[in-house]
Structure formats: C-alpha cells, structure tokens
Ligand binder design. Structure first.
Ligand code: GDP
Length: 691
C-alpha cells in the first residue's frame, strides 16, 4: 500500500453490541467503498440480483481479520471484531492494534450492556471513537434518547454532527450540523447517491440549538474557535472540523453520526467521518515494549525507515494459503525474504509472502510498512500476541491478556478415527481462538473444554463437527466456579522424609487472607529462615495450589498469601521439598480460613414488549436473578438484571417461548460472587460434616 502515505491511513474497528448492525454496516462500507474503486464501469441500474451477489461475495471478506478499502484517496483498514459478548476478548485484542473505532449503537436499544463493555475497553486502550446510531428506520428508534443515554453513561461528551430527518418508516436522511445542509438518500440505487437540500424550515431552530451546543463544547478546548465565537465572526465548516478531530483524538468527545445501514442511509457520511475524525498512525503515541536482551523499556514510532517491528494479533486459516498471521506493523518495513525475530520465543523466522485483503480479494504485496496491517503467509509456530522484529533490534510488545473461562463442557470422540482427528482439530482451533482451554479430566479421561460462555462452547463444538468433521458426544455446559477464603488463617507445612540415602526436609509457614481482586504472594521471611534460592520453589508451590484449588479442584482467586517463616536442612532440602511443603501449608491454611466457592454472575438485559413483562420478570426471579433497573421505551420495557450464570443456560430458548420470539436479550460476565448455601453444600458436601 506504499501508494498511500501514512497520514492517509486509518486503522479502525467497527464494534457493536450483538444485533446493533455491525455486519450490515460493514457490508455497506465495503459495498460503497468497492463501488468507488470501480467507478469507471458502474451500471447505474444495478439490479437486486447483482446486489445480492455482491453481498455474498463480500460475506467472505467480512470473516477475514482485516480488510482494506479506499475512500477519498485514503486507505482504511477495517479490523474485524466479533459482536457477541462471549468473544469480548477478541474485541480486546483487536482494540490493541487499531487506532480508532466506530461504535455502532442500535437506535432502539441504545447503549446496551456490551456497548458499555467495548466502550470501557476502548477507554482502557485510549482509543478515539465515533458513534453511529443505526436502525433509525425501526419502530421505536429514537436518536435523541440514544444521545441522552450516551451522555449519562460515558465520560466523553457525545457531540451529534448530524440529526435524523424523519423517524421510523419515515426516516429519509440526515441534517449535517457542520455544513448545515440536508441529505436525502435515493432508495432506487441502493443509497449510492443522495441529494443535497437546504435545511427544512421547521428544523432550523433545532439545528441552531445543536450547533450552538457543539460550539459550546468545542470552545472549552479550542481557543481559536472561542475567539471567533466571542468576536461574533462567522463559523465555517473547517472551524468546526479541526476541533472535532482534536477533541476526538484527545478522548474528550465522541462525534455522533446516524443512519440506517439496512436502508442504505448514512454510510458514506460515516466513512467521511472516519477520515475526518479518526487518527492516522502518526497521531497515536509511540508504542512501548521491552527489549528482550537488555530488559529495558523501549518505544517504536511509525517511521518506515526505522528498524522493523510488528505484533501478531490474530491467526486464521485460509483454505488456499494455510495459516495466515495478521500483523500490525509499528515501525520500519518488512519484505518477503526477510528474516526476522519472533519474540518472546527468540526464534528466527523467514517471511515468505505478504498479503493484504483488498475489499473483496487477496493481494500479494511487496512490503508492509509502519502503520499498515496485513497478513504473513505460512509463518511456522506463529502465535497470537507474538512480536516480530528486526534481528538486531528486538522488542517485545505487551502480549494480549485473556480472561478466565467461566463455562466448561466435557466431550468425547465418537469413534477411534474421531479420536485421532479431535486432538489435531482442537490444536488448530486453539491457534485461532486462544480463549478456550482444554484439559483431560484425570478421573474420567474425558476432554474438558472451557470457554467464555454457553454460545462460545456451542460454536466451538459446531466448528469441530461441521468444519473439521469430528464426531463427538458432549455433556451439558457447566459453570466454572472459583474457590476463595473469607478469613485469615496461618498454617505450617512440614515435609520431612528419612528414607535410606538422602532425606527430604522443608518447612514453610504461610498466612492466607481474603483480598478483593486477584491473588498475590508476598515474601515476609526473616533473613536465613528459607534460603533465597528456595523462595521461587515456595512461590511455585503456592501458584500451583492457586491453579488446582483445594475444595473441589476449582481455581483459587482473591487470595493473599504471605510467606512468614520456614526451616531447611543444609544437605537434604531441595526445590521439590519446598514446593511440597508450601502446598501442604497452603492446603491447611486454606481449610482454616473459612473457604467458600464463588460463582460467575452475569449482567442480563432484556428488551421485551410490554405485554410479556410479567412473564419475563417472573422467569428472572425463578432463576435467582435480581432486577436492578427497568425503563419503559414506547411499548417496550428494558430490564436490567443480575443472574447467576448457572441459571442462564438455555435462556435464549426460554425467552423466545415466553415472548413469542419478540424479546431480545444480551448477557455479559459481571463478577464472581459467593454461592448460596445450597450450592456450597452441593459442591463440597463435607462442609456439613465439618461443622
Ligand atoms: P450485528 O450482530 O451487529 O453484526 O448485526 P447485523 O448486521 O447482523 O444485524 C442484525 C439484524 O439487524 C439483522 O436482521 C439486520 O438485517 C438488522 N439490521 C441491521 N441494520 C439495520 C437497520 O439499519 N435497520 C433495520 N431495521 N434493521 C437493521
């Protein structure tokens, strides 16, 4: 893509709550951008059939990790981000490599739980964003309500740059608050063209008011606009565009666009917005990493002449080319034939082919440079989160952290042939999706897959069976509980053995206590109690206990461990002895520190027609759920509730039957909370006898 200068590159993601219209919006973007690309031979009378075909073709590209389109002599790389909450981590790893994002909100649902999640993730990665309020043609759509919700929920100020013309079925176009013109889309050419008109008389006062609000917001951080405003000079579009961009990049504001992807309205202006308000790679701060040799922090700037560095953010298998490693290039340039370092493995790898996905086709390229996104073909032992760098200038960018799975399922191959295929298929799947885990249950010999939610596992099993043609039998999805302590307790682990030959001797004294989040290990031993070289073994013994659990084999979380004291033998003590002593101390202290189980709670949001409200609420209560908030919206009610994950299995099906398929819902992990008495007893019957 060397023909587009770096300042004209945009690396963006389109993220949304499921069903808000991300796929439809992306499809339209590809369609219009693709069309511009082939402007020379457009047949204006595109038929419905052509359109369907195009859509189909593009359906393939949408599943690729990154697609490149051209718009107004700029190059926009669109990084695919999945919509369902079970794949939040995928969104997260994409946010890591993109520079800006379009958040699609549903004009009816507004700020839904997952929109909040992705918004907070974007905050964490300091990602500038613009919002697209979609589905304004739908019954119940209300642009102003969505604006209000955004203002109440997020710290950035939503600044509408457009207002809708008409609502619901009558939605026809937009008023641009910057150019002060109305744009009405033609429906006969699938929204490819639109007409500029003066602002309707009856909307002028409203436009005035919103423009005034915009100027008010922008003048809080842009002095030249303030001066113009105070001295009463006329304000032209360019006076507004610069501060809008500045405020967006500084994460003070979010420009809000509107439209209907399905009805082909508003997409072109949204693309203009991407160019006008989203950062180029030059606008983002230098990326930090650690030099694996010196262990010192270094930075990389997007300079094509600097030493090469890039981050692998996704692996995907391509039917024709094998495994593709998608890379974001942070500095320098890479070409086919180059040998680079894969870090942290510190392995030399050779780059064979480089690709970009250009709208609807793959294109081999001669090089990829700083700021660009593309794929490397056939990299061996490539992994998500790996850094690739110049041999003489290695750097390790921060890898991608994956959250803990909350649901698991037991599976078995149906036949001997399936057994062989199962492992290799799971290995391939694991490369593409690092968020699921697999282990073998020692007692039953079954394979246990754990993931982020019921749907995540469902899709995994479906892919195993349909894509990889592996016959499997599976159990029911089950909740992945956690163990923790609720009080402080001290215990000593004493591992001594005197057999013939060399003996074993290690003593470790620990104190365990509750902490609100995460585990920690602190060494508070006095000098000489445990020789320094054994401390890592003690810590290993504790970490292993965190992983394996004490009560019922679930992971231990929210626990603080202090190593208080210990003893050793000059000759007999070994690392293994200290590991064993530490886990013995851990086990005893854990049992004495009022242990309990924690279970995942989900935040559930249901939008239901009024007449089913009673049914839906009763069902939530029956699932031990607690309704946190209810809000009417025309003939609908929006219910926010918190429900234990264990009670949410099969919710999709039952909500459908309760509301004749008319309600929608979404769910996301909220937090781990203590289980009730009954669950505690069920998971660990010995609690009863211990009392
Ligand atoms: P995603 O889950 O966010 O990718 O959403 P999709 O793009 O798959 O859209 C979900 C559903 O909403 C589909 O049935 C779309 O046809 C529909 N949809 C998408 N955009 C619009 C829109 O602008 N108006 C209306 N009425 N429906 C839409």
């Amino acid at each position: 893509m060397a023909d587009v200068p770096i300042e004209k590159t945009r690396n963006i993601g389109i993220v949304a709550h499921i069903d808000a219209g991300k796929t439809t919006t992306t499809e339209r973007v590809l369609y219009y951008a693709g069309k511009i690309h082939r402007m020379g031979n457009i047949d204006q009378g595109n038929t419905q059939m052509d359109w369907m075909l195009q859509e189909k073709e593009r359906g393939i590209t949408i599943t690729s990790a990154a697609t490149t389109v051209r718009w107004r002599d700029h190059c926009i790389n669109i990084i695919d981000t999945p919509g369902h909450v079970d794949f939040t981590i995928e969104v997260e790893r994409c946010l890591k490599v993109l520079d800006g994002t379009v958040i699609v909100l549903c004009g009816v649902g507004g700020v839904e739980p997952q929109s909040e999640t992705v918004w907070r993730q974007a905050d964490r990665y300091h990602i500038p964003r613009i919002a697209f309020v979609n589905k304004l043609d739908r019954i119940g759509a209300d642009f102003y309500r969505v604006l209000k919700m955004m203002g109440e929920t997020f710290k950035q100020i939503p600044v509408p740059v457009q207002l809708p013309i008409g609502a619901e079925e009558e939605f026809r176009g937009i008023i641009d608050l910057i150019t002060e013109k109305a744009y009405i889309w033609h429906s006969e050419d699938l929204g490819a063209t639109y007409e500029e008109q003066p602002i309707p008389e009856d909307r002028k006062a409203e436009v005035e008011e919103y423009r005034h609000q915009m100027v008010d917001t922008l003048t809080t951080f842009n002095e030249s606009l303030l001066e113009k405003y105070l001295t009463g000079q006329p304000i032209v579009p360019s006076d507004l565009k610069f501060p809008l961009r500045q405020g967006t990049l500084d994460l003070r504001i979010v420009p809000v666009f509107c439209g209907s992807a399905l009805r082909n309205k508003g997409i072109q202006r949204l693309l203009d917005g991407v160019i006008d308000y989203m950062p180029s790679p030059l606008d983002i701060p230098p990326v930090h990493g650690i030099n694996p040799k010196t262990k010192k922090e270094e930075t990389r700037v997007p300079d094509p002449t600097a030493p090469f560095s890039g981050l692998i953010f996704k692996l995907a298998s391509d039917p024709h080319r094998g495994m593709l490693s998608y890379v974001r290039i942070y500095s320098g340039k890479v070409k086919p034939g180059n040998v680079v370092m894969a870090i942290p493995d510190m392995k030399r790898v050779r780059i064979s082919k480089l690709l970009i996905m250009h709208a609807n086709r793959q294109q081999e390229v001669e090089s990829l440079s700083a700021g660009e996104i593309g794929a490397v073909v056939g990299l061996k032992e490539s992994r998500t989160g790996q850094t690739l760098a110049n041999l003489a200038h290695p750097i390790a960018f921060e890898s991608i952290k994956f959250p803990e799975p909350v649901v698991f399922i037991a599976i078995e191959p149906k036949t001997k042939a399936d057994e062989n295929k199962l492992q290799s298929s799971l290995d391939t799947l694991a490369l593409e999706d690092p968020t699921f885990r697999k282990r073998t249950d020692e007692e039953t010999g079954q394979l246990i897959l754990s993931g982020m939610g019921e749907l995540h596992l469902d899709i995994l099993l479906d892919r195993l069976q349909r894509t990889y043609k592996v016959g499997i039998r599976s159990g029911k999805p089950q909740v992945s509980y956690r163990e923790t302590v609720t009080a402080e307790a001290v215990a000593e682990g004493r591992f001594t053995r005197q057999t013939g030959g060399r003996g074993h001797y290690a003593v470790v004294k620990l104190v365990l206590d509750h902490r609100p989040a995460g585990n920690t290990i602190i060494d508070e031993t006095k000098k000489g109690a445990i020789p320094k070289q054994f401390i890592p073994a003690v810590e290993q013994g504790i970490s292993d206990s965190f992983e394996s659990g004490v009560l019922a084999g679930y992971q231990v979380i929210n626990t603080k461990v202090k190593i208080l004291d210990g003893d050793y033998h000059e000759v007999d003590s070994t690392d293994v002895d200290f590991k064993v002593a530490a886990s013995m101390a851990f086990r005893d202290a854990f049992m004495a520190a009022s242990p309990t189980f924690l279970e995942p709670f989900m935040k559930l949001e249901v939008v239901t027609p009024e007449q089913y409200l009673g049914n839906v609420l009763a069902d939530i209560t029956a699932r031990n759920g607690k309704v946190m908030h209810m809000e009417p919206l025309k003939n609908y009610q929006i219910i926010t509730a918190e429900v234990p994950l264990a009670k949410t299995f099969g919710y999709t099906t039952s909500l459908r039957s309760l509301t004749q398929g008319r309600a929608t819902h979404s769910m996301q992990f909220k937090q781990f909370r203590p289980v009730d008495q009954e669950t505690r007893q069920r998971l660990y019957p010995l609690f009863e006898t211990r009392r």
